[in-house]
Design a protein around this ligand. Structure first.
Ligand code: ADP
Ligand code: MG
Length: 319
């Protein structure tokens, strides 16, 4: 694998342009050209002379052989390997997509983020286990088990309580139960629908009701910090769910938390969600492929350019 990487680097030194892939499942109702993040990556790649292709995992096949070299097919045709890959599927990374990223890694193609870190943060409980082990502040979290032991839950949590799917984004799998009755109603529905489903219960960090921070990290640096606020009385602050965004001063404490969380989870690029807790913060989640329309709308930051510059610097490809 090392020699494969050296070959990539040698090629760049001879002045060839850098080739990158983004692996992204663009929602069916959005074409590549109209999808904000994809459009921005394409624009910035052009300016930096990076040959960029956007692929959905559906277009790619992998075949595992001993002679690995020509084992990736796009739309049925063997293709040359790119110099780097940006997997951008986040919590929607399927088993197939993970297998594809692992395959590219085995072939020596740098994937930023790595398959391991994407798999780790796709699971909110597992990420919290790692963060807590490293002594980083996380909301108290429990894996739901059926039948529900409500007495045990009441001993450790107070209402309102947050209920989340293990994996998810855009605030879609995040709910709140205001009291025991609504919690038990929700739990009963979940149990009947699928008693084997993995759901987490979480302490509601009340100071953060309807607001939180999003910190964007690229290559060991914070490139942006903003406050998100929901525009209704919803406790979720996601921009994609209709919230508003505003710049927020990056303190040493925020910077340290975001960088440390990103590092212990093994990510190179991340979006760290921080919950307000008095004058401190708790880590809500860490995203492996954060969206950035909201951040670019309120901060003077060029996210795809930061990401490409990081990749170019890291592999010493020059501009
Ligand atoms: N324990 C919590 N206490 C207070 N607010 C929370 C808590 N967990 C989530 N939220 C709110 O809900 C939003 C979505 O939760 P999150 O776990 O980040 O899910 P998603 O992956 O869908 O963004 C957060 O940005 C935050 O505003
Ligand atoms: Mg989130």
């Amino acid at each position: 694998m090392a020699s494969e990487l050296q070959n990539h680097n040698k090629g760049k030194l001879r002045g060839m342009s850098v080739k990158g892939w983004i692996i992204y499942k663009v929602p069916e109702n959005e074409l590549n050209e109209t999808h904000y993040e994809t459009k921005r990556f394409i624009e910035e790649a052009k300016l930096m002379d990076i040959e960029l292709e956007i692929y959905s995992p559906n277009q790619i096949e992998i075949i595992v052989t001993r002679e690995d070299k020509r084992s990736i097919f796009v739309n049925g045709q063997v293709v040359d390997l790119p110099d780097f890959v940006l997997p951008r599927m986040g919590s929607g990374t399927t088993y197939f997509a993970l297998a594809l990223i692992r395959h590219l890694e085995r072939l020596g193609v740098p994937c930023i983020n790595t398959s391991l870190s994407i798999e780790t943060v796709r699971d909110k409980l597992y990420s919290h286990q790692i963060l807590a082990e490293k002594n980083l502040p996380v909301p108290k979290t429990m894996l739901m088990k059926f039948p529900i032991d409500i007495e045990l839950i009441k001993r450790h949590f107070t209402f309102p309580i947050v209920i989340k799917t293990l994996s998810g984004s855009l605030g879609k799998g995040v709910f709140q139960a205001k009291n025991e009755e609504s919690f038990m109603n929700l739990a009963r529905i979940i149990e009947i629908a699928n008693p084997n489903i993995n759901i987490i219960l979480q302490e509601m960090v009340t100071d953060s009701h309807g607001k939180d921070l999003r910190v964007f990290v690229v290559g060991g640096r914070v490139i942006g910090c903003m406050k998100r606020e929901s525009s209704s009385d919803d406790f979720r602050a996601n921009y994609s769910a209709g919230g508003t965004v505003a710049p927020y001063e990056l303190t040493h404490a925020i910077e340290w938390l975001a960088l440390e969380a990103t590092k212990v989870l093994g990510l190179d690029i991340s979006g760290v969600d921080l919950l307000f807790d008095g004058d401190q913060f708790k880590i809500c989640e860490v995203n492996s492929s954060p969206m950035f329309k909201g951040m670019e709308s309120c901060l003077e930051v060029n996210v795809p350019s930061e990401i490409f510059q990081y990749v170019m610097t890291r592999f010493q490809w020059g501009h």
